[in-house]
Design a protein around this ligand. Sequence first.
Ligand code: SF4
Length: 458
Amino acid sequence: MISILDLFRIGIGPSSSHTVGPMRIARRFVRHLHSDGKLDHVAQLRVSLQGSLALTGVGHGSVEAVILGLLGEHPSRIDPNAIPGLLAKVSSTQLLPLPHGPTIGFEPKRDILLDAHVMPELHPNGMLLQAFDASGALVSKETYYSTGGGFYASEKQLRSPVPNDTISAISEAVYAYASGAELLQLCERENKAIAEIVLANEDEIRSRADTIAGLDAIVTAMLGCIDRGLHTPGILPGGLNVRRRAPEVYNRLVDGVGNNEAERLLDWLNVFALAVNEENAAGGRVVTAPTNGAAGIVPAVLKHYACAEDKGPEVARQFLLTAGGVALLYKMRASISGAEMGCQGEVGVACSIAAAGLAAIWGGSPTQVASAAEIGMEHNLGLTCDPVGGLVQIPCIERNALGAVKAVNAARLALHSTERPKVSLDQVIETMRQTGIDMSSRYKETSQGGLAVNVIAC
Ligand code: SF4
C-alpha cells in the first residue's frame, strides 16, 4: 500500500506527471550515477522525452523540469522564485554543474529531445536517460516512466508481474485493503471510520506525530497556494494570454456586493479552485491532489468546509485522511495519469476524493463516504484531456472550479441517500479504468484532439 503523504505531494506546477515526475526522475538518475561511482566519468547527458511527455512537454514545462532535476533540485524543496534564474544560467553558459560531480557542457535543445514519434509500450510518459564519457562511450542508461501524480517507475517495476510504482510503500499495513469493498468491510469489522483505518496504516511507516505534522504541512501548503493565487493578478505564461481571474473574483466577493448566499457559495468554491490552478499554471508551489492539473478541487473544498476559524485542525486531517484513503484505491486499481485515463483520472478522481472527504467531515458513514466518492466519479466518466496549446490552463483551470462544486453536490446526494447504492465505488473505478483504456490517445494528454485542435492557441 502507498502512503497518502505520497499522494498529496508538495511540489511545483504546472504538472505532476510532466513536471514533478520528470524532475524527480532526472534527479534520481544523477544520484544513481553518483552512488554507482560513475558520475566523475560523465561528460555528456542526453534525455529523451517520449510519448505524451514529448507531445505536451513544452507547455507542461517538462524540459525545464528535467534541467532542474539534473541540477539536483527537488520539487518539494525548490523555491519557485529561484527557477527562472537557475534555468537562465544553464541556458546562457551552456554548462550544467552536476551535484557532487563535474560541470559538463549542456545545450537544452541538443541534449533534451522531444521524441514525440516514440510511444512507449509500458506507459505513455516515457523517459530515456543516457550518460556518456568524454570519448562518447555510454556510461549509463536508464528508462523511467512518469506515472501520474509525481510518481514514477523504472522499466523493471512496470514489467514485474505486479506492476509497482510506489516509492514508500506500507509493506505490512495493519488494515491492508485493495478495494472499496475491503475498505468498507474493515470499517465495519473494526467499527472505525475510513480516516481511522488510513491513519493506523500510516503508523506503520512513521510515528503518529510525524504523520500529523505531514498532514498539517499539506494543509498549510494548500491554503498558502490559495492565498497566493487570490492575490496575484497578471497573465499566465505560455503564450495563450490567459488572465488570472482569481484576484478579481475574490475582490468582488470581499466587497460583498449584490450576491445572494447560494451564488456566494459557488463563487467561493470557484475562486479557491481558480486561485490554486492559476498558481499551478504559473509554475508556483502546489500540492498534487492527486495531480497538479486537478490540484484545485481538494483545497477549495477543504478551505471552505474544513478550515473555518471555529474548526480545529482535526477536521482538515480527517478530510485529507479520508480523501487520501479513497485516492489510494484509484492509484491501486486504475491510474491517476491523464496520459492513461484522460481527465477523468485527474479532475474526476479529485472530485471523487474531495466528495469523500467532505461526506466524512459532515458525519457520513463509511458507506455514505464511499457513495459520495462513487457519485463524484460517476459523473466525470469519459472526461477527456485536451489542453489547448499543451498548457495546463484551458480547460484545466475552470474545470477544477466545476469539479469542486460537483464534489460538494456528490457529498450532499450521498448523505441524503437511505438505500444501498446501485453502483459501488469499485465498479465506478473499474469503469473509469476501462473507459481510459478505450479512449483514443488524442484525448489523453497529447493535445491532438478536442479543444486542443478546435481552439487556436495564439
Ligand atoms: S485537461 Fe485535465 S487531465 Fe488534461 S492537463 Fe488539464 S487537468 Fe490535467
